[in-house]
Design a protein around this ligand. Structure first.
Ligand SMILES: [Zn+2]
Ligand SMILES: [Zn+2]
Length: 270
């Protein structure tokens, strides 16, 4: 079966690998079509485009945009116009919201006796701040032994460093991707099942669903395939690779049926 992967992060957001390390890992994994989908930034895309061209991998420029509805309710946008004004403004606002959120989290952690500073966190940020950078700062101080453990102990709902996300609703994100000429896909829906709202999303212009995802078991895949059929949506596959020591070191590349590969190639590869 062909191998594709339309979901990966680099050091431009919360990944631990540079674009060139990611492309190399994907080449080694035999990935035929790939995307880079950093959170709320398009900065890695020009490099990634060049690198994939040299590697002989088909490249789909992407982005993963957060919503305010849930920490993991994310929308993937493919082939968007990077110069689109509304999109650029939305991404800039999301990045600013991330900075504000990070500072609030650090303050709450300090109040709870976890002494990490803004400086210790922001020196780890290349382009887009995320909770992963706060987790890394906690780990660097040996308060925990890994990024994952820092999330579990301090950064998720109910823990002292939890601050909810602010920003756009899912339907607003979908509309922004669409008006920027892109295709909008819902990411990793298996982890946010209680928030599904297909009628509203489809109404806003949703194009597809990330059906193949490492934590989606067969029953979840089948349910999402059924919904894709019902709403006439495209199907994609993504590993959400974040690189080594990220705590989400999902192996690059997912095997998909030939017809899914053909559909991705036809609808997303330019
Ligand atoms: Zn995500
Ligand atoms: Zn992701």
């Amino acid at each position: 079966m062909p191998i594709v992967d339309l979901h990966a992060h680099t050091t431009f957001s919360d990944g631990t690998s540079s674009p060139s390390e990611v492309v190399h890992a994907y080449l080694m994994a035999g990935v035929q079509i790939m995307s880079i989908t950093d959170h709320d930034t398009l900065e890695a895309l020009p490099q990634a485009k060049e690198l994939t061209k040299k590697a002989g991998i088909l490249f789909v420029p992407g982005v993963e945009i957060s919503s305010c509805e849930h920490d993991h309710l994310h929308i993937l946008g493919y082939n968007i116009d990077p110069q689109n004004k509304l999109l650029k403004e939305a991404l800039a606002q999301n990045r600013e919201n991330r900075n504000i959120r990070a500072k609030k989290i650090i303050k709450q952690l300090q109040e709870a006796g976890i002494n990490i500073t803004e400086e210790e966190v922001f020196k780890l940020v290349r382009n887009v701040a995320s909770r992963a950078h706060i987790a890394d700062a906690i780990r660097n101080k040996k308060i925990t032994s890994s990024r994952q453990e820092a999330f579990r102990k301090f950064l998720i709902p109910g823990k002292p460093g939890y601050v909810p996300n602010e920003g756009l609703k899912v339907c607003e994100v979908i509309s922004i991707i669409k008006q920027a000429g892109g295709k909008a896909f819902m990411a990793h829906l298996g982890i946010v099942q209680e928030y599904w709202n297909f009628p509203a999303w489809v109404n806003s212009g949703l194009d597809g669903i990330e059906v193949y995802y490492p934590s989606h078991k067969q029953a979840m895949r089948e349910e999402l395939l059924k919904l894709a059929k019902k709403y006439n949506l495209l199907i994609s596959a993504g590993s959400d690779h974040h690189g080594k020591k990220s705590g989400r070191d999902n192996a690059p590349g997912l095997q998909v049926p030939q017809e899914v590969f053909d559909s991705i190639k036809q609808n997303l590869c330019k």
